[in-house]
Design a protein around this ligand. Structure first.
Ligand code: ADP
Length: 517
């Protein structure tokens, strides 16, 4: 019996191996170009920047020749990242005007080549999308130029990708540009390049004045309710959803959610129409960067085998942030953009209530909406030693909060995937989340009877439900510490590797390449 089982197991493995080898042979020469507005560590506002850094790295490990194009923002330190100038690139816009762009190149982590498109008028600005909350109004032109330059970089180097992989509204116009070039009978190789759009957040769609169309090289046929037009304006994300060969989003649950309203944000019908050519692929976490066993940002290492170091991290975080040093009180951490999507509305109602009635501490790192920033500053003054806030952006402190916290708060109204809760699991900070999108897919609900699960979820997006789950986590901490220990061990062993997700993306690229061949 035993023998039979192992025989069939090894046959199964052999079959898998053959499949992978065949797949590797097919993908060895695949060329994929990522065109995006962010890529960590060069330029990052959120999860999009992390994905554009980590997914290419994983794809490269699978033998894909993947490269990345992003803008050369003023904030990118050329010397620090060893950017090498590669001359200029002449980009003829659809309106016939020629723009000179400076091209730089660097090698990112994992050996991924990254090209930077420099164009002072559009990219030598303080921010990526806005200047201190004031959104730039010319983003169709800015990111349109980026897309045209990305194509020109490929032509100039005779490096023609099989697939252009674009991300969110900033680069969602590129699939339509490829379509327009094909329609115009252009033959420079790119006519056989397919396109994939990944939606990292359906709520940001990039509305723009339709006067940008000629600049983008798109004629009126693209500007219909079945194309880019929405409410008398250009909707860049919508154009991407309609014209890309395949569309993906960043978790299976979010894919289901945005096929319907309200989370489809007005575009659910266009996603439903795509049928099989739209689906969800869960993001991975980069465990080279997020690993408490070797993390240069945290004061003590720890792992599933021993949590002693985590105790030291908690103590150090309490000291650093001016919280009372106390190992017995549960410490909730939060690292976030302060925006309505992240559940700041619920926090405003529930956090003062929680601080009033429960023995807890909160360490918050975040920036964004000025009203939310004020709320946290005020709350910190009202609860000194119990709630500490750092308004700002700090990669290092974000690691220390994950390492020091006992629980991690993420009451997002919606969450396409969310990376912070994956990092929290790895750092044994049990996530307390609203069960939506990727949070639903990655956090396993605590089961009080068996002590199973990896975190605490609330299902209805109400202050009462958020408050109650907070109470549940706190009572578990005080009353069932052995369950907390077991959950931590389980959480730390959970893995959301890029390898598995990269294989799913490879399948998407294969379908797209086959379609355009
Ligand atoms: P989103 O992309 O919606 O902002 P994610 O959870 O997918 O949310 O990704 C957020 C990423 O940004 C994580 O890597 C998180 O650590 C980081 N981050 C968010 N706010 C800050 C901050 N204030 N300081 C440092 N890192 C932050």
């Amino acid at each position: 019996m035993e023998e039979d089982r192992s025989a069939s197991y090894s046959m199964g493995v052999q079959k898998d191996r053959n499949k992978v080898e065949r797949h590797m042979a097919a993908t060895a020469e695949r060329r994929v170009l990522f065109v995006a507005s962010e890529c960590a560590p060069f330029a990052k506002c959120g999860g999009l920047g992390d994905v554009v850094a980590s997914l290419p790295k994983a794809l490269r490990r699978s033998g894909v020749d993947v490269r990345v194009v992003i803008p050369l923002y003023a904030s990118i330190d050329r010397a620090h990242y060893a950017l090498v100038p590669e001359g200029t690139c002449r980009v003829r816009t659809g309106a016939g005007e020629v723009n000179e762009c400076e091209i730089f190149r660097a090698t990112a982590d994992g050996g991924v080549p990254v090209w930077f498109v420099g164009h002072d008028r559009f990219f030598a600005r303080n921010g990526i999308y806005d200047d201190h909350g004031q959104a730039y109004s010319d983003h169709a032109f800015r990111f349109g130029l980026l897309c045209m330059a990305a194509a020109q970089v490929c032509r100039d180097r005779k490096w023609i990708p099989d697939v252009m992989h674009v991300h969110d509204w900033p680069t969602a116009v590129l699939p339509a540009m490829l379509e327009a070039w094909r329609n115009n009978g252009r033959s420079d190789g790119l006519e056989r390049t397919g396109s994939v759009l990944t939606i990292h957040n359906q709520a940001y769609q990039g509305y723009s004045h339709s006067s940008a169309l000629p600049y983008l090289g798109l004629d009126e046929s693209f500007y219909t309710p079945e194309g880019f037009e929405a409410y008398g304006q250009l909707n860049l994300l919508k154009g991407g959803i309609v014209f890309a060969d395949e569309v993906t989003t960043v978790s299976p649950t979010y894919a289901k959610e945005i096929r319907q309203e309200p989370l489809g944000c007005g575009l659910s019908m266009y996603l439903r129409r795509r049928g099989e050519t739209f689906g969800g692929i869960l993001n991975g976490a980069d465990y080279d960067v997020w690993n408490p066993e070797m993390d240069e940002h945290i004061p003590a290492a720890f792992g599933a085998h021993s949590l002693i170091g985590k105790g030291s991290c908690k103590r150090a975080l309490q000291e650093e942030m001016g919280l009372q040093v106390d190992a017995t009180v549960p410490l909730f951490g939060m690292v976030t953009r302060l925006a309505a999507q992240k559940g700041t509305g619920l926090m405003r109602t529930v956090l003062p209530w929680v601080l009033h009635e429960m023995q807890v501490q909160l360490a918050v790192l975040g920036s964004g909406d000025p009203a939310d920033e004020d709320f946290f500053r005020r709350l910190a003054q009202e609860a000194p030693g119990r709630l500490a806030v750092n308004i700002g952006y700090s990669e290092a402190l974000s690691h220390r909060i994950q390492a020091g916290a006992d629980f991690f708060l993420m009451p997002s109204e919606f969450e396409p995937c969310g990376l912070s809760q994956m990092y929290a699991l790895r750092y044994a900070a049990l996530p307390l989340v609203h069960a939506t999108g990727g949070l639903e897919d990655t956090v396993a609900q605590y089961n009080e009877a068996e002590g199973a699960g990896t975190g605490f979820k609330f299902y209805s997006f109400t202050a009462q439900a958020f408050h109650d789950v907070f109470g549940w986590a706190v009572s578990t901490w005080y009353d069932r510490p052995s369950h907390i220990t077991r959950m931590r061990e389980r959480a730390m062993e959970e893995r959301f590797d890029w390898e598995a997700s990269a294989q799913h993306y490879l399948e998407v690229y294969e379908r797209v390449a086959a379609k355009r061949r």
